[in-house]
Ligand binder design. Structure first.
Ligand SMILES: Cc1cc2nc3c(=O)[nH]c(=O)nc-3n(C[C@H](O)[C@H](O)[C@H](O)COP(=O)(O)OP(=O)(O)OC[C@H]3O[C@@H](n4cnc5c(N)ncnc54)[C@H](O)[C@@H]3O)c2cc1C
Length: 438
């Protein structure tokens, strides 16, 4: 099969999820003159912060540069876990985390997962929430052993329901022999990311929260009751400001931009598969990922008919057709039985990695921030928005484990991740070597 044939005639270079909810500016709400809190970034973090502030009786306005949901929050894979990858930075460097704090982080991860589940129930969000667990395939026997070494921490602090599946039993999880066994985490789920987003947006609207689309914040300065923000559609004064721009953090906040590395991730969706083929690929309907440095993550679509397959085809934004071809090859390596199936959608979005691989909330020169999903932020960014809101409303009765002044930067990083293609090539080489030497 030629690569040209992998594209369905109706191929769209946009998210499959947008068939159900497409980010739109909607009727543009006028920018209010004053608010108690101004939130910059209208993704999960921004909306969940606004929602919690409203529940606490604090009025907030959300500013979104593009259409509502245009960032990562309607583009992701929809795999929900509360897991935090403590101790390994994106550059592979090991980062020391005090064991007591690491335990609190895992426990907050547990709470993050519970928060998503609660919001979906409380707000009646119809987003195909399915609690069927996750399988993480081990790329080498050493990776399998490493996964095994993490079980106790995952189960003790985060009650993850994690257990190992040896290679001989792997086909109970995935119709593939690609891995050396792997780990199941029962306390994981999947959802339709754009419908979850729409549900949060609807909840904000029901509460009368102003969510201003096409309102890029261009300047933040001290003034009025605290801050004066200039947006592309007017100015506002606010007592507090929350930065919730994650992988789209730009020159507006240069100090924060130096602390997050925007890394692109790419996804394809296949055409509908035959019923028999669709039913056998992922027998338990789990979400899947692997332990490779250049990892892939995948799942069946909510209706169980399509493979939705993501990964770091490139580490930066790149031509969707090129990335789709790379992802297609990765998919066929895992599922040779999908050869010949065509792709209907291919898209890309930005995640935000931090230099210590940890999500962060806190205050920088008086600005609140919730940033750094490190690739996995449906639960975590919803949670950090919520926790930031509770902190501002003085409703938090304990400090979130991700709140603190230690948000590392690097003297050689100014916010331009020019080095990512080099890291991508290096990681691919390391992945190959790991397998050859296994
Ligand atoms: C392809 C892909 C796959 C992923 N898969 C998963 C997954 O399976 N599971 C998981 O848990 N996580 C996944 N993630 C990560 C997850 O999507 C993110 O962590 C989450 O959506 C981040 O939410 P957020 O609100 O922090 O940021 P975003 O949703 O990215 O929103 C930030 C917003 O800030 C806006 N903004 C920036 N600057 C300004 C400004 N000056 N003024 C106004 N607005 C501004 C941007 O336009 C953007 O809309 C994935 C991400 C991608 C890209």
């Amino acid at each position: 099969m030629q690569h040209g044939d992998i594209f369905h005639p109706d191929f769209k270079p946009s998210p499959y999820w947008w068939e159900a909810y497409r980010p739109l500016p909607g009727d543009l709400i006028a920018v209010p003159k004053v608010a108690r809190v101004a939130i910059i970034g209208g993704g999960y973090a921004g909306l969940s912060a606004a929602l919690e502030l409203s529940k606490q009786g604090v009025d907030a306005v959300v500013f979104e540069r593009g259409a509502l949901g245009e960032g990562a929050s309607t583009r992701n894979g929809g795999a929900v876990s509360g897991g935090v990858n403590i101790g390994k930075s994106f550059s592979g460097r090991t980062v020391a985390v005090d064991p007591e704090r690491a335990g609190r982080m895992l426990s907050d991860g547990f709470d993050a997962f519970a928060l998503v589940e609660r919001l979906i129930a409380e707000e009646g969000i119809d987003c195909f929430w399915q609690k069927r667990g996750r399988f993480q395939g081990a790329w080498t026997p050493a990776h399998f052993a490493f996964q095994q070494s993490r079980l106790a921490a995952l189960n003790d602090a985060a009650q993850s329901g994690a257990y190992m599946v040896p290679r001989e039993e792997q086909r109970t999880e995935i119709a593939s022999d690609y891995y050396y066994g792997g780990m199941v985490v029962e306390r994981s789920a999947s959802l339709h990311p754009a419908l979850y987003y729409k549900g949060l947006l609807d909840a904000c609207r029901r509460r009368g929260i102003a969510v201003c689309a096409k309102a890029a914040v261009e300047q933040i300065a001290h003034g009025g009751a605290g801050w004066r923000l200039t947006t592309s559609r007017g100015a506002i004064e606010a007592g507090d400001v929350i930065i919730a721009t994650n992988g789209y953090t730009g020159t507006l906040t240069p100090r924060l931009r130096r602390r997050v590395v925007p890394i692109a991730s790419h996804i394809i969706a296949t055409e509908e598969l035959s019923v028999d083929l669709a039913a056998c690929l992922v027998p338990k309907g789990r979400t899947l990922s692997d332990t490779k440095r250049v990892l892939c993550y995948y799942r069946m679509s909510p209706d169980g008919r399509r493979m939705v397959f993501g990964g770091r085809a490139r580490f930066t934004q790149a031509d969707p057709l090129l990335c789709a071809r790379v992802l297609y090859d990765y998919m066929i390596q895992r599922f040779p039985q999908l050869k010949g199936v065509r792709i209907t959608h291919g898209w890309t979005g930005n995640t935000a990695f931090t230099l210590d691989a940890l999500p962060h909330m806190g205050e920088d020169e008086g600005l609140h921030y919730a940033l750094g999903c490190n690739g996995s932020g449906i639960a975590m960014m919803t949670y950090l928005g919520y926790q930031t809101a509770r902190k501002i409303a003085r409703a938090a009765n304990y400090a979130c484990a991700f709140d603190g002044p230690d948000f590392p930067d690097h003297p050689l990083y100014s916010g331009n991740p020019w080095f990512l293609p080099l890291i991508g090539s290096y990681y691919r080489l390391r992945d190959r070597l790991d397998r050859v030497l296994a």
